[in-house]
Write a protein that binds this ligand. Sequence first.
Ligand code: FNR
Length: 382
Amino acid sequence: LKEVYRKGMLEDETPDLPTSFEDIRDAAWENMSEEGRAYVHGGAGSDETFERNKDFSNYRIVPRMLRGVAERDLSVELLGEELDWPVMITPLGVQTLLHDDAELGTAAAAEELNVPLCLSSLSSTPMEEVAEAMPTTPKWFQFYWSSDRDVARSFLHRAEEAGYDAIVLTVDAPTLGWRERLIDRGYYPFMAGEGVANYFSDPAFRDSLAEPPEENPDAAVDHFLDIFGDSSLTWDDLSFVFENTDLPVVIKGVLHPEDARLAIEHGAAAVDVSTHGGRQVDGSISAIEALPDVVDEVDGEVPVMFDSGVRRASDAFKAMALGADTVMLGRPYAYGLAMAGQRGVRHVVENFLAEFDLTMGLAGCSNVDEIGRDRLKHEREL
Ligand code: FNR
């Protein structure tokens, strides 16, 4: 990792892709279609939560000096696996809209860096193909309910069969949020063709169609939209997931401490504090604002993961200082993918890890356990 920033000091070795998040986003923007931009942006309503998510500035890092940080260990244990880094890649659907490399490019980059990836149900590549691209790196499958239980069951079985290590059940999207840019363009272009190939390749999904998706894609998309999500679900319905998988189940999208408690009571192996990147409840608390109460409620019983708004390593450091065990990276890698395919994802994630390593060292931490609340002050305490 040290190489990454050492290179930046040598004029003839400066990277050919931009380093700052903003420059990468701009480069991605240039490369994307209108639909791609609307999809990636995708903030709900007025974008209030999308914007607030990114504001970590109420928390200030309080670095410690002269603590012998030459050797830094970034590893963490999560769900029984030793991970090299406390960083994972978030589930992000329909990546064919971003770049032709799509999920296979993201998976190959994750495999190169040994960064665990969580694959979206809405993958434009069948989950089995993505799993093959990640033979050694931990991979999790993000599960969206279908109101068609045969399809839901089939997804859970396929994930286990394909070698995924955990199921990540997203509970904040029983239906999609009020995403104005997407409403204006219609959801259809996002799902057509290879858009949601993970559904179109599913045996139970195919069985429920009169004609195969290749022959009648419109009907397949209509059916997909019909069965996507299920607003009638309650916590007790989680038993369906446990009955159909032996994998650990992570609950993604927890913001209220009592929901964290319910998740644990119902068997969650971990919870992920997330606002879905501000794509669901406009005006909601941001993920970083929600994190401390959830951490206090969970009190170490299960790991707490965190995503939404993480752009730079200092954001991840702050989330971990507040008690998150791992952090998931979302839009930054999406922009990397749109900018330069697999190479762009690798560039973004590798830089993120290097910046994280550097931030840890400069803040006086030689391992992730040392990233504690004593390294952080809230503005009101100043
Ligand atoms: C998402 N997210 C998401 N989450 C999920 O559980 N399943 C999914 O299919 C998707 N799809 C998706 C697409 C796009 C384009 C985005 C930006 C996000 C939410 C994602 O996993 C994560 O919670 C957010 O991306 C975190 O917010 P930031 O950091 O990207 O702003």
